[in-house]
Design a binder for this molecule. Structure first.
Ligand code: ADP
Ligand code: MG
Length: 257
């Protein structure tokens, strides 16, 4: 991994509280620091991936700890940071009556892109996810895979320097997953990308670095090769490392690619 820190997470803790007694410790004093590159944030359901990404993208305020981007603490009020950020959340509501074009144009407006730039920007993002010909259709006519690609296009609008995807391949068929991986790899060439997933094959071939998260803590991090070497010796795969660490908790999902 490149050592120039771009994204720094410092002793991040998050506790969800429901009522007086019910508490969930979702992140537990999590710390790491990442340079430019493509990162896979791996862990089974409940590991804390979405909580972490929601905090990094300022959608959630942590119980304690902080996140720094390019040397400064992030905050929702920092317009500069919002402009540099592209986020595809795990759960996002799509308005079925919108066309693809209208949805992306709406996101451009939320990102405060100048109105004049919107048509070209929508076209550019749609082309990257192979949706150029589908923009006039209503979202009610989109397949699950098309909706995922549209959400990915939404994240790319404005050409952000930090791109965050949360379980981006949910609902995609194996062929679309492979296409998605290629797209993500291409996008990571001039920006930092973080992909949270419980599907090892989503990131195995493309990630420069892997972070393995378990119960809100970092189990290990390194390049896929380093993790394989540490946990298995020369021979093995990231999938096997994952199984070794998570055992029965690993809800393994694979594809033929
Ligand atoms: P992951 O994305 O890795 O599946 P999450 O960050 O969604 O993990 O969840 C981490 C933990 O926090 C889990 O135990 C989950 O049940 C809990 N959790 C997540 N969101 C909420 C919420 N809104 N309220 C209460 N508990 C939550
Ligand atoms: Mg999640």
């Amino acid at each position: 991994m490149n050592n120039t820190p771009l994204l720094e997470v410092e002793r991040l803790t998050h506790i969800y509280r429901r009522g007086r007694k019910e508490e969930t410790l979702a992140l537990d004093q999590l710390s790491f620091s990442l340079g430019p590159g493509l990162y896979g944030l791996l862990g089974p359901n409940g590991a804390g991936k979405s909580t972490l990404l929601n905090i990094i993208t300022c959608s959630l305020t942590p119980t304690s700890g902080r996140v720094r981007w390019n040397g400064s603490t992030i905050s929702p009020l920092r317009t500069g940071f919002r402009r540099e950020l592209g986020y595809m959340p795990q759960q996002q509501t799509l308005y079925d009556t919108f066309t693809g074009y209208r949805f992306l144009a709406y996101l451009c407006a939320l990102k405060e892109l100048p109105a004049k730039q919107i048509p070209a920007e929508v076209e550019r993002a749609a082309a990257l996810v192979n949706l150029s010909g589908e923009l006039t259709k209503r979202l009610s006519a989109y397949s699950g895979g098309m909706k995922q690609r549209l959400l990915a296009a939404g994240a790319i609008l404005g050409d952000p320097r930090l791109l965050i995807f949360d379980e981006p391949t949910a609902g995609l068929d194996p062929k679309e997953r492979v296409r998605f991986r290629r797209m993500v790899k291409a996008l990571s060439e001039n920006r930092m990308v973080v992909i949270a997933t419980h599907v090892v094959s989503d990131v195995e071939q493309v990630a420069d670095g892997i972070l393995l998260l378990k119960k809100g803590r970092l189990v290990c991090s390194g390049s896929p090769e380093q993790l394989i070497e540490t946990y298995l010796g020369q021979d093995g795969s990231l999938e096997k490392v994952y199984l070794k660490i998570f055992g029965d908790e690993a809800d393994v999902e694979s594809d033929s690619a």
